[in-house]
Design a protein around this ligand. Structure first.
Ligand code: SF4
Length: 662
């Protein structure tokens, strides 16, 4: 059968044997799991063995592009990578944008699966004649240099995913960058590349994406483009972002919004360092920043980033760099080394607090502080990227630090399953954006709650949430359970559905930034899928497939011992925040969106129970049970879990905390 939307092929690469081959994409995979994210999640479940070391040749890197990727549907450039991640030990799904996904499809592939380990540095060329190529000359080069060299060789329109020195040195905070702008691989995907001696993947080709129903496709495409051109693009999220990410001193103090805005706010960086915008292919918005420093000690430095606002909060406010120009310098180094800035911010602040409390000694820091000035932050970055001195410990992330300095240090950390929580709930309350970090099988990552204006959950009433429920195709019976008698929304129940909605976007390849999602709905996504692939799909079918995909991703992690004990709020969230501006301790405790206190164990338990109930999972274990798996057509996968005695092991973990993969 001919494929539309899909290219119909998976590229397999075994780096140990230096072998490359291709296989047909099976129809059952396509029908049941749908596209990039869904098929990636199923492949990860099948391929990644229980208990393997993420930094071993046995680990896999599975990269996929969606059926809409490579078309001109707005913002359809997302790709996802699945791997067992060294920072967390979880089987993670990592998302990225820019041009790699389209180029991979033009070369003829929907997915690339890489395993093994090369003896020497290599890069993978993906075109009509894929090849493992020598990368000795690229090894040691930074990420921008590597990308430029591959663009020079294969043309500026090829897509490049590469690692920098941090990945080469197997730093667990490392990631890959796509085409210099877009990160891919929070959780240490860069280190997995590094362990495999895989410096980069470059993709290019000329095969087009075939459209099953061109007339319907053009009508839908034009409708979306027209709406986008008429709708005021939502900008200016600086203040909510500050309240979600700007807490300083390792999440102990509130952010002084006024002072922060004056020094680092959008007006300042737009005037001083931004010289233009860049976009992923087919995106009409363009949220990537091109920056240039116009004077001072970093004069003439030019760099690129997915969005400077978040980095300004991390490097300027939280780590204490001195100006927006300094932030650009720090961001440039982070990009060149290939480090995840969010994880970095959390780890460095955690280590700084351990130093203040005497766990990390003066000698270990070798006389140089970790934060508080340009010199300190730039020095810390280099130490982490090259694993020098204390940087060697920081490079192993929060879990590595806790292992080294003892379990009593854990209470000062702010991680969920080993990944630093990106979003902080005490000032802005627990919304799906915040809560999705707790339930994310990978660990503290907020994307599955990052949809629509629900992002910030301010001034939201029942009508507003009901409108979202319609867009996300949430069945009426579920909607009824989502509100109490006072019309207050149950965030835990709602989050289960933002996760499914996120899977639908991610499987098709659509960007889920909040400025893009107003133009899509489950119904429109299903319509687009049907037009492009010729496989008729209703919004209910897409919602059901998305639920199945979330469950199989959860099963991959259940096989590795992750369960209810890992879905927990960081202890720091239940402490009070200090407000220095008013010279007093603000009593800001953890509350849900309706103002209900969540600091005690009972209320947190009820919150989690509601989420598991909405998913139809075991409340006791926090995982899907066999009956649920039958219900969503994951029978074979359930049998595999039965063979591995997963539920028995999870029960033991809940009772005594031990996990034995064998
Ligand atoms: S909004 Fe940003 S991340 Fe999303 S497609 Fe456009 S440029 Fe890419």
């Amino acid at each position: 059968m001919k494929y539309y939307g899909y290219m119909g092929k998976i590229l397999w690469v075994n780096l140990t044997k230096k072998k490359i081959w291709e296989e047909n994409l099976s129809h059952s995979l396509v029908h049941k799991f749908i596209g990039d994210f869904g098929i990636g999640a199923k492949l990860a479940f099948d391929l990644i063995d229980t208990g393997i070391d993420p930094l071993s040749p046995e680990n896999f890197i599975i990269i996929g592009a969606g059926p809409l990727t490579g078309t001109s549907i707005p913002s359809s450039s997302r790709i996802h990578a699945f791997s067992k991640l060294p920072l967390t030990g979880t089987v993670g799904a990592c998302g990225g944008g820019m041009g790699f996904g389209a180029k991979m499809k033009y070369a003829g592939y929907d997915h690339i699966i890489i395993t093994g380990k090369s003896k020497t540095p290599v890069y993978l060329k993906v075109d009509e004649e894929p090849e493992i190529c020598d990368a000795t000359d690229l090894w040691g080069k930074d990420l921008f240099e590597t990308t430029d060299l591959l663009w020079t060789k294969y043309g500026p329109h090829s897509g490049v995913t590469a690692i920098g020195p941090a990945g080469e040195n197997q730093v667990k905070l490392s990631l890959t960058l796509i085409d210099k702008y877009s990160s891919l691989g929070k959780g240490g995907l860069g280190a997995v590349f590094g362990l495999k001696n895989l410096k980069a993947i470059v993709a290019h080709g000329h095969k087009g994406v075939q459209i099953a129903d061109p007339e319907r496709y053009h009508r839908l495409n034009n409708e979306i483009r027209k709406e986008m051109s008429q709708y005021p693009i939502q900008q200016g999220d600086w203040e909510p972002l500050l309240l979600l990410m700007g807490q300083t001193h390792n999440m102990r103090e509130t952010c002084d919004v006024e002072a922060a805005t004056k020094k680092f706010g959008p007006k300042t960086y737009e005037e001083k360092v931004i010289i233009g915008k860049a976009a992923c292919p087919s995106c009409l918005l363009g949220c990537r920043d091109n920056m240039k420093i116009k004077d001072g000690k970093y004069n003439d430095l030019q760099s690129y980033i997915a969005g400077i606002g978040g980095r300004t909060i991390l490097l300027g406010l939280r780590l204490g760099m001195e100006s927006v120009e300094s932030v650009v310098k720090g961001t440039d180094l982070i990009q060149r080394y290939g480090i995840d800035s969010h994880a970095l911010g959390g780890v460095v602040e955690f280590a700084q607090e351990l130093y203040e409390k005497g766990f990390i000694s003066e000698e270990e820091l070798n006389g140089t502080p970790l934060t508080g000035s340009d010199q300190a932050v730039l020095g810390t970055l280099k130490k982490i990227a090259y694993r020098e001195g204390v940087g060697d410990t920081l490079a192993d992330g929060v879990i590595g630090i806790i292992k080294k300095y003892g379990p009593e240090t854990e209470k000062y950390s702010c991680h969920i399953k080993g990944l630093d929580a990106q979003m902080e709930p005490r000032e802005i309350k627990v919304s799906p954006l915040v809560f999705s970090q707790v339930t994310n099988p990978r660990g503290g990552e907020a994307k599955p709650g990052m949809l629509d204006p629900l992002v910030f959950m301010q001034n939201v009433n029942r009508d507003f949430v009901e409108t979202f429920c319609e867009k996300a195709a949430i069945p009426k019976k579920n909607q009824q359970k989502m509100f109490n008698s006072k019309n207050q929304v149950n965030i835990a129940r709602l989050t289960r559905h933002t996760e499914d909605y996120y899977v639908a976007y991610s499987s098709l390849g659509i960007c889920m930034r909040h400025n893009i999602t107003p133009f899509y709905s489950m119904s429109r996504l299903a319509d687009l899928y049907s037009a492009v692939t010729g496989i008729n799909m209703s919004q209910t079918d897409l919602k059901d497939a998305s639920e199945r995909v979330w469950n199989i991703w959860k099963l991959s992690n259940m096989k590795n011992g992750y369960c209810r004990k890992d879905d927990r709020f960081p202890l720091r969230w239940s402490e009070e925040l200090i407000d220095r501006k008013d010279a007093k301790i603000k009593s800001i405790s953890l509350r849900d969106f309706n103002g209900k206190d969540l600091t005690n164990i009972q209320s947190e338990k009820k919150f989690m129970d509601d989420y598991y109930d909405e998913r139809g999972w075991s409340k006791e274990l926090g995982v899907p049970l066999p009956e649920k798996l039958i219900d969503i057509d994951l029978v074979q996968e359930g049998q595999k879990c039965k063979k591995l005695k997963c539920h028995k092991k999870i029960r033991q973990i809940m009772e005594n905390g031990d996990f034995d993969p064998n």
